[in-house]
Every structure is written in C-alpha cells, then in structure tokens.
Design a protein around this ligand. Structure first.
Ligand SMILES: Nc1nc2c(ncn2[C@@H]2O[C@H](COP(=O)(O)OP(=O)(O)OP(=O)(O)O)[C@@H](O)[C@H]2O)c(=O)[nH]1
Ligand SMILES: [Mg+2]
Length: 306
C-alpha cells in the first residue's frame, strides 16, 4: 500500500496558510491526486474548515489547541481522513501561533514509526507586511514575545514561502528576500502569491522532491507561552433571522469596520480577523490580517443589493 504524503504548512496567523492549502489542493487534484485537509485552530466549527468544505475539499479539524499539544488527536484525524477518502496527500495547517513542530510532530511520527505516513518538508509562510512591521521596522503594537514566536516559526522551516508578493513593489520584495536569506539560512526561500497563484507549482515541486532537514529549535517555552498568552482568541457564531433580504457582503463589511475602529481606539493589533457568512443561497468570506490593512474578501456573495 502506498504511503500517505503528509504536508504541513505553518506560519503566523493570517499569513496565508488556508489560501495556500486550497491552491495546492486544487493543483494536486488537477494532477489526479486525492487530497484531504486537517485544519487546526482554537475553538470549534472553524472558519477555515467550513471555507475549505464550501470549496469542495474534504476537511477535518483538530480544535481547541494546536496539533503539537494534541499529537494523538492529530493522528486520529489522519486516520479519519484515510477512512473518508483514502487520500494520497494530506495537507495540514497548524494554529498560526504554533511553533516547535519538528520536535512535536515530525520527530514523534518518526519515533512511532507510523508506516502509513511519509512526512514532507515543513513549509512556513511569512506575510511580508507583518515581517517588515515585526522584525525590520519594529513598528508593531504586538508584544516583544510575539516577535520572538514569529522568528522561531521561521527558524524551523525547511521552506520559507514569502507570500502576498502581489502587494509588494519590486524593491520591497528584494529587501525582504535579502533579509530572509541573511537571517534564516536553514531554509529554502520562495517568493509566492497564494492568492494570485504565483510560484505555487515551484513550491509544490520543492515540497515533493526535498526531504525535511528537521531543524530542531532552541526555544524558550516560557517566552513562547507568554507570546501565546498575549494573543486573545474570540470565536463567535451568530444566526440572523429576517423577513427582508440581507446583503451579507455588507454585513461583513459593517462588522469589520466597527471592529477595526474599536481596535484603533485601544491601540490594539489584529492578528487575524476572519468572518464567514452563509445565507440560504450563497456565502461570503473576508479577512483582516493586520490592523493597517483593509478588509479583503476571499469570496463575495453574488446576491444583488436590495
Ligand atoms: N493579496 C494577497 N492576499 C492573500 C494572499 N494569500 C492570502 N491572502 C489573504 O490573506 C488573508 C489571510 O489568509 P488565510 O489563508 O486565511 O491565512 P491563514 O494563515 O490561514 O490564517 P489563520 O488560519 O487565521 O492563521 C485572506 O484574506 C487571504 O485572502 C496573497 O498571496 N495575496
Ligand atoms: Mg487558516
């Protein structure tokens, strides 16, 4: 029996993990592969899982904590996916505040000698604006411990995918590439756009032709814990009943604007705000992945304005 290829795509909150997974999955499906996805976040009934399912993928979730602290649950989900659609490839997304995955996933998988799984190199995605704000300009409202976590995530990568290059000038892109090359020497670097499908094929080739170097982190768990503690999580589900038709794109925009204004008032920062709205006939999803960024729709509902 051939092994399931397990591909883990990490990276900070809002860096583009789910967008990349969708893109990689569609590419692999186009090549005739069967693909399953494991998502992971704090809370249950996750936006990412529902989004990927609405996009037609088979997805299961590990909730209320990262894979790294729920290794058995992670294995259980892989088994569940195997039973559901016998995938050739499983794409897995850890929580965006998670690091030290080589020690907590890669090594235990090898130690347990799980014969059915072949683990592929570990990719970590970096959002360029966040990288600049956190590490280069040091202009973020985040606590220093979060900067530490962000750096550690990049340090253990086999592949760093500098994402969202569609938002960068040529100079900005070059500066960041030089910075990453100079500071994270263990990793291969690719500049990509998950949304605009730039260099995704090259990335996939890299994932499936290289081996993980298993860059074990030297990490201070106290600082890591403090970083996670500084990040607040809120998961909400609301049902709206109305006798008149509602424009769900507008609902998303209004909620997001109000939220962003409140964060500005308290000098706060948004790691990732994502909202999925589903009506009887259509759905929409949008995100804010930094307080200085505008709301961006991954999908708008096609409903006409009423
Ligand atoms: N412009 C641009 N936006 C992108 C790109 N990739 C992702 N995004 C947007 O960035 C936002 C966050 O993307 P996600 O894929 O949800 O990020 P994530 O890493 O899965 O986020 P979490 O699961 O919350 O950690 C979404 O609005 C995406 O549409 C890109 O290449 N270019
Ligand atoms: Mg995600």
């Amino acid at each position: 029996m051939s092994k399931i290829q397990l591909v883990i795509i990490g990276g900070f909150l809002g860096s583009g993990k789910t967008t990349s997974i969708l893109n990689i999955a569609n590419y692999l499906i186009g090549q005739g592969k069967k693909v399953g996805v494991v998502t992971n976040d704090q809370g249950t009934d996750l936006v990412d899982t529902n989004f990927l399912k609405l996009k037609g993928l088979t997805a299961v979730e590990v909730t209320d904590g990262c894979f790294c602290c729920n290794f058995d649950e992670f294995l259980d989900r892989i088994e569940k996916l195997s039973k559901l659609n016998m995938p050739d490839v499983i794409l897995a997304e850890p929580v965006g505040s998670c690091t030290d995955l080589i020690a907590t996933i890669y090594k235990p998988l090898k130690a347990k000698k799980v014969q059915s799984i072949e683990i592929k190199p570990f990719s970590v995605i970096a959002d360029p604006k966040r990288l600049k704000k956190l590490i280069l300009d040091k202009s973020s409202n985040f606590h220093a411990e979060i900067n530490y976590l962000f750096k550690k995530q990049l340090e253990e990568a086999d592949i760093i995918a500098l994402n969202k290059i569609d938002l960068l000038s040529k100079e900005e892109k070059e500066d960041l590439i030089q910075f990453i090359k100079g500071n994270f020497k263990n990793a291969e670097l690719l500049a990509i756009s998950a949304r605009e499908n730039i260099n995704i094929k090259q990335w996939i080739e890299m994932i499936f032709t290289k081996e993980s170097a298993e860059n074990t982190l030297d990490i201070d768990y106290e600082i890591y814990g403090q970083a996670e503690a500084h990040l607040g999580w809120l998961n909400l589900t609301a049902a709206v009943d109305s006798t008149v038709k509602i424009d769900i794109n507008k609902v998303i925009s209004e909620i997001s604007d109000k939220l962003r204004k409140e964060f500005y008032k308290v000098n706060g920062e948004i790691a990732h705000f994502k909202l999925l709205a589903v009506s009887g006939i259509d759905w929409a999803k949008a995100s804010i992945s930094d307080i200085s960024q505008q709301l961006s729709f991954d999908k708008m509902a096609q409903e006409k304005k009423f």
